[in-house]
Design a protein around this ligand. Structure first.
Ligand code: FAD
Length: 300
């Protein structure tokens, strides 16, 4: 397979048995058989076609900031888009950007151009593609508010444009989570405002994050989606689980809505902890906690 991949992607952008722990903000995850870092739509198309021909499973990701990857890794080809496909053009109040651009970079560019609407995204450590798939949001804003359309690729390598309304964007959800479409780029519409005012809002959000979130530890952000009528942090705290740990996975002492990796957590530790929290929430409060984190690969 390596020899075949090399026909389409330069050798220095292919890794064999690459630990996913090096590509996730959780710093957890076993090896993927092959990881490729495409720099063009054509390269993605060619890799997809090859994988279909060779019957290799494909996994596409951005910056790995919402992932819990199995300790056994992933048998197949992982396509990493984060920080590779990252062009960005601004025209009037519209921004066209490729999926791999970091949200922090995108929101800084928007602010510098006097465009408001992406202030919420500055502290989210993901890529634009991942943010569209997750309909990422914070501080009263979400991708849905600014997205006009995306360009996506299906598993046959066809390019298709979808308008935002086609994507069924909801609270941390989109139809993209249940398809094998790859988000290649997005067109966003923002609102003109003074750069200093936008930057002030971004600084306030960043301060709030630093104060409330356990940014000093690896994590994948909020572990669970907010169930109706509850806030996850206070609920988990009420169940006496703040600081509770399994192996190296701990319910953050700073914010009980985050599971953090205190050093040597495995995916099994995190899953064990997630299941324990879910069980207690169900038994003690009748609440079903759904993970916001995406779980990849075989989990015991
Ligand atoms: C400290 C911290 C704080 C966070 N704060 C927030 C927050 O405030 N709000 C929030 O919403 N999230 C937050 N997150 C979670 C995460 O950053 C977001 O969900 C982010 O949008 C994920 O982007 P990513 O590129 O890292 O996606 P990944 O984690 O790489 O992937 C997430 C999912 O999207 C898919 N995917 C990624 N890129 C593509 C693509 N181009 N095409 C098709 N599928 C793709 C993957 O297969 C996976 O299913 C936080 C995470 C951390 C670690």
């Amino acid at each position: 397979m390596f020899t075949k991949l090399k026909q389409y992607i330069p050798e220095e952008r292919i890794k064999i048995n690459e630990p996913m722990s090096c590509h996730t903000t959780f710093k957890i995850g076993g090896p993927v058989e092959f990881m490729v870092f495409p720099q063009s739509i054509l390269e993605i198309q060619q890799v997809l076609q090859l994988c279909r021909l060779e019957e290799y499973p494909v996994f596409v990701f951005g910056l790995g900031s919402n992932l819990l990857v199995s300790d056994r890794g992933f048998a197949g080809v992982a396509i990493k888009l984060g920080n590779h496909l990252k062009s960005c053009y601004i025209e009037g109040d519209e921004i066209f950007a490729e999926a791999g651009i970091r949200l922090s970079e995108l929101s800084k560019k928007a602010a510098a151009s006097g465009l408001s609407g992406l202030e919420f995204a500055e502290g989210i450590p993901g890529s634009l593609g991942g943010a569209v798939v997750m309909n990422a949001g914070a501080y009263g804003g979400e991708i849905k508010d600014v997205l006009i359309e995306i360009l996506a690729m299906d598993s046959n390598g066809n390019l298709i444009t979808y308008s935002a309304s086609d994507l069924n964007l909801g609270y941390r959800s989109s139809i993209l989570q249940n398809t094998d479409l790859i988000v290649l780029s997005a067109l966003l519409k923002l609102k003109p405002d003074q750069p200093t005012k936008i930057q002030t809002r971004m600084k306030e959000f960043a301060k709030s994050r630093r104060e409330k979130q356990p940014l000093e530890y690896p994590s994948a952000g909020s572990t669970f989606k907010r169930p109706e009528g509850f806030y996850v942090g206070p609920l988990v705290e009420k169940m006496g689980l703040k600081g509770f740990s399994i192996g190296g996975a701990q319910v953050s002492v700073k914010h009980a809505g985050f599971v953090v990796n205190t050093g040597n957590a495995t995916a099994s530790d995190v899953i064990g902890l997630i299941r324990h929290i879910q069980k207690k929430a169900r038994e003690e409060h009748g609440v079903e906690l759904e993970t916001e984190i995406r779980i990849i690969g075989p989990i015991d």
